[in-house]
Design a protein around this ligand. Sequence first.
Ligand SMILES: Cc1cc2nc3c(=O)[nH]c(=O)nc-3n(C[C@H](O)[C@H](O)[C@H](O)COP(=O)(O)OP(=O)(O)OC[C@H]3O[C@@H](n4cnc5c(N)ncnc54)[C@H](O)[C@@H]3O)c2cc1C
Length: 392
Amino acid sequence: MDLNFTPEEQAFRQQIRGWVAENLPKDISHKVHNALRLSKDDLQRWAKILGKQGWHGWAWPTQFGGPGWNAIQRHLFEEECALAGAPRVVPFGPVMVAPVIMAFGSPEQQKRHLPGIMSGDVWWSQGYSEPGSGSDLASVKCRAERRGDYYVVNGQKTWTTLGQYGDWIFCLVRTSTEGKPQTGISFLLIDMKSPGITVRPIITMDGEHEVNEVWFDNVEVPADNLVGEENKGWTYAKYLLAHERTNIADVNRSKRELERLKRIAKAEKVYDDVRFRDEIAKLEVDIVALEMMVLRVLSGEKSGKQSLDVAGLLKIRGSEIQQRLTELLMLAAGPFSVPFIHDAMEAGWQGDHVGAAYCAPLAATYFNVRKTTIYGGSNEVQRNIVAQTVLG
Ligand SMILES: Cc1cc2nc3c(=O)[nH]c(=O)nc-3n(C[C@H](O)[C@H](O)[C@H](O)COP(=O)(O)OP(=O)(O)OC[C@H]3O[C@@H](n4cnc5c(N)ncnc54)[C@H](O)[C@@H]3O)c2cc1C
């Protein structure tokens, strides 16, 4: 196993670095570097810039209009974007539903949906979870009944991230109650402008509107929007979740945040405290260890070894590190990090605050990042999966 990058890979990194430096808008990277609120326009502006270059679907094969990069190139691209302060690409379209459409969708579905995802024009949401069906996802109840050329959908999805912006939503729906719960689920693509859909905000403890409830009341969905076969949705759902969990590890973003932590610790003078430096060092070791794990996975993929069975491990460690970073950021700023000022998340905010400007968003970020050990499959459930599939 060789964890060093070849000269070609290093040249590729330089090429990406140059492109990102030229194309990433400064106002967006400023917000990312300072953990400020990103608007829909910020996220979509970056998505469209990537889309124009054919990189919004950076992991796509050339057959579907992607760059056809290998695992190492994809990693280098993600790292360069993260370190430069690019927003995390909203994954629901390019990272989640697109691979499912490529693998299991009809040629018509591929033709209809993939170009809008690649260009960044069409915003997708994920409709998996329901009240009572999160970890126990196979128990979904949102019902789709076939009536001629249509399915009629009734029920509710919840925790739908950024669903308030959604043009389309991919949903797990119940099409049968026969047999095991897993065998009666289908994978449906639903236009969110369809009559009968209501999106209601859930305000999270950071005061933000990031997640939603989505209600379906007799929503008519053309039967052509079924992906693959009826009642085979569980297979497609699992395929998608493996992609989601690898993405969540987000080691590159943690590397960037570690540098922010050091900057703030130095500015607040706690960097001089050897005990605090110990904590930073421990975290840095964890980040390097996670990065080595990611590189081992990539090296395995390069040599043709399938390694998605460690996706759960990456998710667990990645999410714990993200949370620890926000804890140390709060500790570094001490009492100044405590005031919770909603408006301070806005770029250019000039209101009263206590302490340096960088302190203002720390509490909100701390609260927001509690989600990482829950979403994409909670860490407790991931540990069960790792125990079964990796440890045996
Ligand atoms: C911020 C945020 C954004 C999200 N975005 C989306 C989205 O866009 N689309 C979407 O479909 N979903 C989304 N989710 C939902 C997410 O996938 C679920 O919250 C997650 O799967 C956990 O399900 P649950 O909330 O129903 O908790 P539950 O399943 O009710 O779990 C409650 C607690 O019990 C524990 N637990 C449950 N079962 C076991 C077990 N077998 N062994 C050990 N412990 C167990 C869990 O770890 C957890 O601590 C989001 C969630 C959050 C918090």
